[in-house]
Write a protein that binds this ligand. Structure first.
Ligand code: SAH
Length: 229
């Protein structure tokens, strides 16, 4: 049990047998939907998604749905998290850059799989929240950054894997530059709410391949930062 205080409110975080049972059911559902990577399924089974939701939605955390979080953003569908993570073929020790920390759930899945995670968020409110919260629930190894993901995180590059968790119109050039040779970049892209999931592989400094991996819904990838007041 973890007891945390924020804005003068105390919230108690408990991961009990009922939550664990619901999580196992969700994992079975993700398997039935085609997720095959055992390491991804084990990570989803291990990370208590209800910790990342507002108390109003915590009961529904193991439904395969997106939910609102602060700053008018969303925590992605578990299927979307699993799908993007599977495409990256995460290995222990991979250096991974995530664009769009949001609730921090995706970052924890990557960290749970043994990746060294750097995660950027443009909403200061969400950055402040996850920077305090992730270490409190045991994910001390995730490096949270406040900034514009369009610029990536040049000071920590190159990355073995890059994951964009907001819907883009273009791949920022900086992200290709910060990807290691042999590395993979997954990004949802498109001009409508439905985005095409693209998987780029950097074959060499001059050659990048791209595969289309189906349609998904995302909040927009926006330029610049948003300060909390
Ligand atoms: N990975 C998150 C999903 C959050 S939704 C999770 O597991 O909960 C996408 C997030 O991307 C939002 O929080 C949004 O503020 C952020 N975002 C959008 N454009 C961005 C940018 N240019 N740089 C960094 N974060 C961005």
């Amino acid at each position: 049990m973890i007891k945390l205080q924020s804005n003068n409110k105390v919230r108690v975080y408990v991961d009990n047998y009922r939550h664990k049972g619901l999580r196992q059911k969700l994992v079975k559902e993700l398997e039935a939907l085609g997720i095959r990577d055992r390491r991804v399924l084990l990570a989803i089974n291990a990370v208590p998604r209800h910790f990342f939701l507002d108390t109003a939605f915590a009961e529904l955390a193991y439904q395969n749905r997106a939910f609102p979080i602060e700053a008018a953003q969303t925590i992605s569908h578990p299927y979307t998290v699993a799908f993007q993570t599977e495409l990256l073929e995460i290995e222990r020790g991979d250096k991974v850059l995530e664009i769009g920390t949001g609730s921090g759930f995706q970052a924890c899945i990557l960290a749970q799989m043994g990746a060294k995670v750097y995660s950027i968020e443009r909403q200061e409110k969400l950055f402040n929240k996850t920077s305090a919260f992730l270490p409190q629930i045991g994910f001390r190894q995730i490096r949270t950054l406040f900034g514009d993901g369009y610029k990536g995180a040049p000071m920590f590059a190159p990355f073995d894997k890059i994951i964009v968790t907001a819907g883009a119109h273009e791949v920022p050039r900086a992200l290709f530059d910060q990807l290691a040779v042999g590395g993979k970049l997954v990004i949802p892209m498109g001009d409508t709410e439905q985005k095409e999931m693209l998987l780029y592989t950097k074959i060499s400094d001059r050659e990048i391949t791209c595969e289309k991996q189906g349609m998904f819904e995302f909040v927009p990838f926006l330029k610049g930062i948003s300060k909390s007041n």
